[in-house]
Design a protein around this ligand. Structure first.
Ligand code: TXA
Ligand code: MG
Length: 350
């Protein structure tokens, strides 16, 4: 495995060409995007796509996202493109919004996990865009973590998870958003949100009008067994037990009750953490949910490194990027919520 340090704003062409050569010859390159790091392979090469599944230990029927570098490339991977879809692509790309569309015959079933639809996005990251351009092919890339770990927001997370099974890791520093792209299914009307992300439901609604936001998503799932195959698999949960405290108003009391009996790490905003003793993992500023999103996956990895019995995380408002934050938090807690001080006492005594 080679690690290439690349300037995220002005990627060095010679380094990108080296990585592009690996993509063209069927190898794997992990690279930064504005959301999380991706594990990339030539999207048109079924054998290369298979390597991605093996490296991640991901079930073969959980499809990959295909990354393109300009709107024109969309026609190579997706068919039945309506003027509305093209218009939306022009408006939102590059950016953290993934479209599910009908695939073309050029995209092998290995890439789409056997589906006749394909998930496509154009990432807003100079390294990702330059890698796709220099490769000359669209790049299929899921998040560059082992299937059992949180998505990587730093090259070191990729190295921890995938050392030995990836040819090149491009280190371009920390991912900007820290949660994976929003996914919307555009093959149905009204479009259905499949995964909340940095591109918010509020923004989407102003662009496409009505969209269907399944209630499952606020319970921390990706929607629809057939539509978003990822959801039928167990999602990432830290090795340490993590509880979500359902209401912010009881968070401090819950922590104090638990700490009478257990070693508890708190995952909280600066404001909340300032009222609590160590061990604590500061997520960011609660006035700025983007700062919370950016540190979230890293905080899950940090929790597993602490010598504690359990972790508790504070809730954030489910609006804007907060919907994506809470969706990932609920998955990570495997739906273990603390709703009252009584529940906290029971857990403390258990
Ligand atoms: O931000 C992101 O989207 C990152 C970066 C690397 O671009 N990628 C990412 O990929 O999060 P991954 O593989 O971890 O998540 C892809 C999700 C899965 O939940 C998968 O089930 C869904 O997209 N998906 C892919 N193709 C699909 C399709 N044809 N229909 C429905 N869901 C699909
Ligand atoms: Mg993933």
């Amino acid at each position: 495995m080679i690690v290439l340090r690349v300037d995220p704003l002005n990627p060095e062409t010679d380094l990108i060409r080296k990585a592009a050569e690996v993509i063209r010859s069927g190898g794997l390159v992990a690279f930064p995007t504005e959301t999380v790091y991706g594990l990339g392979a030539n999207a048109f090469d079924g054998k290369a796509a298979e390597k991605v599944f093996k490296a991640k230990r991901r079930p073969m029927d959980n499809p990959l996202i295909v990354h393109i570098a300009d709107v024109g490339q969309l026609e190579e991977v997706a068919s039945d493109l309506s003027p509305e879809v093209m218009d939306l692509a022009q408006k939102v790309w590059p950016g953290p919004l993934t479209f599910v569309l009908k695939k073309t015959s050029k995209v092998p079933l290995e890439t789409t996990g056997g589906l006749n639809t394909v998930a496509v996005r154009m990432p807003a990251h100079p390294i990702a865009l330059s890698l796709i351009r220099e490769s000359g092919v669209p790049i299929a890339a899921p998040s560059a973590n082992l299937a059992t770990k949180p998505s990587p927001t730093l090259a070191e997370h990729v190295i921890q998870d995938l050392d030995g099974s990836v040819d090149i890791v491009i280190d371009g520093g920390e991912s900007f958003f820290g949660v994976e792209s929003t996914i919307i299914n555009l093959t149905v009307k009204p479009p259905v949100l499949l995964r909340p992300g940095p591109f918010t439901v509020e923004e989407l609604t102003t662009l496409v009008g009505e969209i269907n936001v399944p209630e499952e998503l606020t319970r921390g799932k990706e929607f629809g067994v057939a539509l978003a195959p990822g959801m039928k698999y167990k999602h990432y949960a830290p090795d340490k037990t993590l509880y979500l405290v359902e209401r912010k108003s009881i968070f401090l009391d819950v922590v104090n009750i638990l700490r009478e009996k257990k070693r508890v790490a708190v995952l909280c905003s600066e404001e909340t953490c300032s009222k609590l003793e160590e061990p604590r993992i500061i997520l960011g500023n609660s006035e700025n949910l983007y700062s919370i999103a950016k540190n979230l996956f890293k905080s899950f990895r940090q929790l597993d490194g602490l010598d504690v019995d359990l972790g508790v995380i504070e809730p954030f408002p489910e609006k804007g990027i907060g919907l994506a934050i809470m969706n990932r938090v609920k998955k990570a807690t495997a739906h273990k919520f603390i709703r009252s001080l009584d529940e906290a006492r029971q857990i403390a005594n258990s």
